[in-house]
Design a protein around this ligand. Sequence first.
Ligand SMILES: [Fe+2]
Length: 79
Amino acid sequence: MKYTKTKAVLNQLVADLSQMSMIIHQTHWYMRGPNFLKLHPLMDEFMEEIDSQLDVISERLIALDGSPYSTLKEMVENG
Ligand SMILES: [Fe+2]
């Protein structure tokens, strides 16, 4: 099996970044306070950047004949 270590590291990134995106999303929804109008859209930017990175990493995994985590269960179990 080729690139075993690389695929494991990339898949760990998929799980960790997916959980990070979910945490930022939660922050986006529940934030309150005087800086709301500045910070609320900033969370959108962070999520877009993370989602873009997730796409690149997952497509690289596919190119290496890997299987990127794609279910909530996998993200929780491996994040
Ligand atoms: Fe929003």
